[in-house]
Design a protein around this ligand. Structure first.
Ligand SMILES: Cc1cc2nc3c(=O)[nH]c(=O)nc-3n(C[C@H](O)[C@H](O)[C@H](O)COP(=O)(O)OP(=O)(O)OC[C@H]3O[C@@H](n4cnc5c(N)ncnc54)[C@H](O)[C@@H]3O)c2cc1C
Length: 484
């Protein structure tokens, strides 16, 4: 199939009939976007000092080596099969506990990690690391039983009973490991697909109790810690440190921010079928320093919604004391937003996310949006300087939410520098197959650009393949997934 190249007002793509002038509905003046409150506008590519994800991973691996050094330091010799098994159990136990600390740190919402590495990537690391951690914990249990059974010349069933019921703090260790195991099972793809997000999240909170139980067992029984005050101090420092970081960024900072900004719903607007924008007002919102492309977790304090905090990206730069999100109805929470009333109190956590200008390394940018993935890219489209092309894919013309204001933004700047290209699935309209040839046909210099990508998983996978085929290196594709 060949791509058709439309003008930015492509026929077949209808303007949103509900679009009326609003503080967020377009640029404030000709000659360039303006943004108040958020990070300063930049004129072009930014120099970056290394990739934050490499630093973060380096730190995690360095910590793992320190844990191995702790085992080495506390082990004088390993003798016989029982000795090998028991020491393998010690190593796996130490690494499993270290894994727990890392998993907590990844989810602590530390701004440097959220903004540098990206929330979706942190969630992927957390999921993969969680699997390793549970496997290490299971290996620890099996190895310790086997090693002790060999040492005491008893069978493993008898040894299991002795270990669990007669060793101090071992019941705690057993319960903690079983809880970790249950969380691991609930997080497996097959199980997670069947669970509601909220149910899965509730089960996941059991991890905190599991880690507390496992920690008590480990410092009481661990051969590396008994009679080793320095090793014990190191372990306490690690876990207390992570707990403090967690409490600070997940509790103290959000409470302080919400008390300060006191956000409320200002207005709810229809954008396209099943899509609404919620305008949010509050005190000194510029103090949130939300960068274009970032998102918040929004909790609307009304019956039936207050207990869920769902992530939605800002669909316009923070301006005139207003934030805006644009949401497609896909389930209970997103559907209920259309019924929100002005004045509804909001509890929001953020800003989070790394899909920002800070990732940019080239003057030329391609923003590639699929469906409601337009929201962060709409904000970037307004605020990014230089040569910016936005490709917006949707199923049907009427699904091209925010189309009117995108056209207005494109028209407000020099046409060659800022283009909007809209495509829909229907081949009788303008459609764009996600292939290298089609991408090169609409953006000939795509290989020289940074690409910001946000859309549903199928579209994002196809886009990744097409971009790779078109010569865009992976490090210049900045992708945010709307699924954690
Ligand atoms: C970083 C990010 C930014 C997003 N920005 C937008 C946006 O601007 N506009 C928009 O329409 N959608 C956005 N989404 C998607 C949106 O969050 C989900 O569609 C919405 O939360 C679904 O909730 P629901 O109750 O309506 O549907 P459900 O059917 O209950 O949930 C559908 C799926 O949404 C996800 N989800 C549900 N609740 C949560 C939660 N509390 N935290 C994380 N994920 C959850 C889960 O993957 C779940 O399987 C974004 C998602 C992420 C991760």
């Amino acid at each position: 199939m060949t791509a058709v190249r439309p003008e930015h007002n492509a026929p077949g793509a209808q303007r949103n009939p509900a679009a009326v002038p609003h503080p967020h509905a377009g640029p404030r003046r000709r000659g360039g976007p303006r943004q108040r409150g958020g990070p300063r506008q930049r004129g072009g590519p930014r120099q970056r000092g290394g990739r934050p994800e490499w630093w973060a991973l380096g730190l995690v691996y360095a910590g793992g080596l320190a844990v191995l050094a702790l085992w080495w330091h506390g082990t004088s010799s390993v003798v016989g099969a029982a000795g090998w098994l028991t020491d393998a159990a010690r190593i796996t136990g130490l690494l499993a506990a270290y894994g727990c600390a890392v998993m907590l740190a990844l989810m602590a919402r530390v701004p440097a990690l959220e903004g540098g590495v990206g929330t979706d990537r942190l969630a992927r690391w957390h999921a993969a690391g969680g699997r390793y951690t549970v496997c290490l914990a299971v290996a620890h249990v099996l190895l310790v039983i086997w090693g002790y059974a060999l040492t005491s010349r008893s069978d493993v069933i008898h040894q299991t009973g002795t270990l669990v019921f007669h060793y101090p703090e071992m019941l705690k260790g057993t319960l903690g490991t079983l809880l970790l195991f249950a969380v691991g099972i609930a997080s497996m793809r097959a199980a997670r697909r069947r669970l509601r997000y909220e149910t899965w999240h509730l089960i996941h909170l059991g991890t905190y109790l599991a880690i507390f139980l496992v920690f008590s067992h480990q410092v009481a029984n661990g051969a590396q810690f008994v009679g080793q005050p320095l090793a014990k101090a190191f372990w306490y420092a690690l876990f207390i440190g992570v707990s403090l970081v967690l409490a600070w960024f997940r509790f103290v900072v959000p409470v302080a921010r919400n008390l300060r900004h006191r956000m409320r719903v200002a207005e709810v607007r229809f954008e396209s079928p099943g899509v609404v924008s919620v305008y949010v007002t509050g005190r000194r919102l510029d103090g949130l320093r939300a960068a274009p492309g970032q998102f918040f977790r929004w909790r609307f304090l009304v019956p039936g919604m207050w207990w869920a905090a769902n992530p939605y990206s800002l669909s316009a730069p923070a301006r005139d004391g207003l934030l805006r999100i644009t949401v497609k109805a896909s389930g209970d929470h997103s559907r209920a937003l259309a019924r929100l009333r002005p004045g509804t109190r909001i509890w929001a956590e953020g800003p989070y996310g790394a899909l920002t200008e800070a990732r940019r390394s080239r003057r030329g940018v391609l923003l590639l949006a699929g469906g409601v993935g337009i929201t962060p890219l709409r904000t970037l489209f307004e605020t990014m300087a230089g040569d910016v092309t936005l490709i917006y894919l949707a199923r049907r013309p009427q699904d091209l939410a925010l189309r009117g204001e995108l056209d207005a933004l494109a028209a407000s700047s020099s046409a060659a520098r800022r283009r909007v290209l809209c495509f829909v699935d229907d081949p009788s309209e303008y459609s764009l197959p996600l292939t290298p040839e089609a991408l090169r046909a609409v953006v000939p210099d795509v290989a020289e650009r940074d690409v910001y990508l946000c859309g549903p998983p199928g579209m994002a996978d196809a886009a990744h393949r097409a971009l790779r085929g078109a010569g865009v290196p992976g490090r210049r594709v900045h992708h945010e997934s709307f699924e954690f």
